[in-house]
Design a protein around this ligand. Structure first.
Ligand code: GDP
Ligand code: MG
Length: 610
């Protein structure tokens, strides 16, 4: 029977070590789903003393005034007979305490560490585990006592602060409440009953404990309370006699104290008939039995919580990615896999399947034609400018037949304008490609863990794109230059020959320098330029795709691959440097998963073995 509570205790202990209570998951944590026992009561009502006698060991700071100032989560683990008893704090995982007076000192010191040597309180719990053959498996929580007024050195809010802290523990539906009231006070004034009734109105998880029975006025007894007439609870009341302050001062040990308590009940004229159901030993057994029953009833919901958590954790682990290999070969392989995953997504953007590649077509279909249309040929080939260029071309000697030089100059200077749109197309496509690299890196889920590799990949890709851009610029500008290096002769052959046309040479000579003449030249050049524009509108995209897009698809990471291939083990693991926060989360996740899985297996085996 013991095994079930022991199991829960072990799971709780593991939860504590993982910091797995409170929890950041949407599900209640395993810790919260498991039952525990908390003591509640007024200051000096005997809470710490009750806990000590349940444990059967002196180890808690006790006395008058506010002694317990931080919650103490106390886990009792029953060990095999004959093994040495020891205690262990969560905040001192390497140290085993066998001297329990040192445990008390550490609790005091650790309390002071958080609150200073004041009368202040802190809600941060101290976790203590006790391993002993003489305890029952239990998790007990000692809490600061409820008070009515702030004393010297305490803030005004302390009364409320303590109440809130205590309530936060005992309001959890899985918390079993040990409500401690001193017998030498009227039960109607009991803080313990007041608060526990508030959070557990039906009393199904409240155990009433009456301390200080030995301190009652002569001639009075607590039978009305103990027999449930004053204050009805679902569970029976338990009366207790702890050590008095004088006993403590005289170092009366626990064994003697327990014996005295037994004798007190056995020989008491008032309580003799109840003696088998009184005392700390009985209380410990009662609690243990109750806890066992509660756990048994909760097993289905605990199991289902565990299963849900396992699913959740496995999902998260998949999302975070599995741990990385350590040897260089496997690391290189991982890096190349990651690069390929990125490259695949990048290609999908270019070729379709993912958006963005269409913007390149947009450059060719809209941006380039509209830039070509906007070139200032009207101004450049205006009558005025044509006249100026043609006149200047022949110097002092006017041309005799066609103004060959003039034509050439006009055409050359016009074609120069195409450089602008050519370069602009190259740049526009470059930026689209750069943006697609950025997006693809973001969309490569596998890369998310590796910020360093992400940065390196981005740098390498951008460097490659920069090279492609240079090359593309050279090629497109060369296309433009080619147009001016050799003109399409046919075009000019087809032009009507002015000289032969006119019958009157003198008239034609006058015409040669007239407005109509220049206008005709302007219109001829303009037609030629339009023809070239049409050609470039088609050939620039070809050059750009050839030099940039096709290269990006084919060899974006070629350079990077060669570099990575030359790297040593250490440099490789640097590339796979994970975000430390993420690494930490994966570790946490993995540990939790392990805990939940082993909890599931253990619960399975325990509940089947019954
Ligand atoms: P807490 O503040 O509720 O934790 O109370 P403590 O356990 O520190 O006890 C307060 C004081 O009451 C101590 O001096 C104890 O020795 C004393 N005390 C507690 N229970 C009993 C009891 O049953 N009988 C007697 N005589 N003294 C008790
Ligand atoms: Mg106390």
């Amino acid at each position: 029977m013991e095994s079930l509570i022991g199991l829960v205790n072990r799971i709780q202990r593991a939860c504590t070590v993982l910091g797995d209570y409170g929890g950041d998951s949407a599900l209640p944590t395993l810790w919260e789903a498991l039952p525990s026992v908390a003591v509640v009561g007024g200051q000096s009502s005997g809470k710490s003393s009750v806990l000590e006698s349940i444990v059967g060991r002196d180890f808690l700071p006790r006395g008058s005034g506010i002694v317990t100032r931080r919650p103490l989560v106390l886990q009792l683990h029953k060990t095999e007979e004959g093994l040495q008893e020891y205690a262990e704090f969560l905040h001192l995982p390497k140290r085993r305490f066998t001297d329990f007076s040192m445990v008390r000192k550490e609790i005091q010191d650790e309390t002071d560490r958080m609150t200073g040597r004041t009368k202040q309180i802190s809600p941060v719990p101290i976790h203590l585990s006790i391993y002993s053959p003489n305890v029952v498996n239990l998790t007990l929580i000692d809490l600061p006592g409820l008070t009515k007024v702030a004393v010297e050195g305490q803030p005004e809010s302390i009364v409320q602060d303590i109440e809130n802290m205590v309530r936060s523990y005992i309001e959890k539906p899985n918390c079993i409440i040990l409500a401690i009231s001193p017998a030498n006070q009227d039960i109607a004034t009991s803080d313990a009953m007041k608060l526990s009734r508030e959070v557990d109105p039906t009393g199904e998880r409240t155990f009433g404990v009456l301390t200080k029975l030995d301190l009652m006025d002569k001639g009075t007894n607590a039978l009305d309370v103990l027999e449930g007439r004053s204050y009805r609870l679902l569970h029976p009341w338990v009366g207790i006699v702890n050590r008095s302050q004088a006993d403590i001062n005289k170092n009366v040990d626990m064994i003697a104290a327990r014996r005295r308590e037994r004798e007190f009940f056995a020989t008491s004229p008032d309580y003799g008939h109840l003696s088998s159901k009184m005392g700390s030993e009985y209380l410990a057994k009662l609690l243990s039995k109750h806890l066992e029953a509660v756990i048994r009833a909760r097993i289905p919901s605990i199991t289902s919580l565990i299963n849900k958590s396992i699913d959740e954790l496995e999902g998260e682990l998949d999302h975070l990615g599995r741990p990385i290999a350590i040897d260089a070969g496997a690391q290189l392989y991982t890096i190349l896999e990651l690069c390929r995953a990125f490259d695949r997504i990048f290609k999908e953007h270019l070729e379709g399947g993912r958006p963005g590649g269409d913007r390149i077509y947009g450059v060719f279909d809209n941006q380039l034609p509209s830039a070509l249309r906007k070139l200032p040929f009207d101004r450049h080939l205006s009558l005025q400018n044509v006249r100026k260029v043609i006149s200047e071309a022949d110097g002092y000697q006017p041309h005799l037949i066609a103004p060959e030089q003039g034509y050439r100059r006009l055409i050359d200077s016009s074609l120069n304008y195409f450089r602008g749109p050519a370069e602009a197309s190259v740049d526009a496509v470059h930026f689209v490609l750069k943006e697609l690299v950025r997006r693809s890196i973001g969309e490569t889920k596998e890369l998310r863990r590796f910020p360093t590799l992400q940065a390196e990949l981005a740098a390498a890709s951008n460097e490659a794109l920069e090279r492609f851009r240079e090359d593309s610029k050279k090629t497109t500008l060369r296309l433009v230059e080619m147009e001016s290096s050799y003109l399409t002769v046919d075009f000019f052959r087809k032009l009507p020959q002015e000289v032969e046309k006119g019958g009157n040479p003198s008239a034609s000579a006058a015409d040669r320098y007239g407005e109509g003449h220049f206008r005709r030249i302007g219109s001829n050049v303009s037609q030629y330029v339009a023809m070239v524009s049409e050609t470039l509108k088609n050939s620039i995209p070809k050059a750009v795709v050839h030099c940039q897009v096709r290269e990006a698809k084919r060899s974006l990471l070629d350079h990077f691959y060669t570099q990575v291939g030359k790297k040593e083990g250490k440099q490789l693991s640097q590339l796979l440097d994970e975000d430390p926060a993420l690494m930490e989360r994966r570790q946490q996740c993995a540990k939790r998963l392990e805990l939940y899985k082993s909890a599931r297996d253990e619960i399975d085996s325990v509940s089947w073995s019954r």
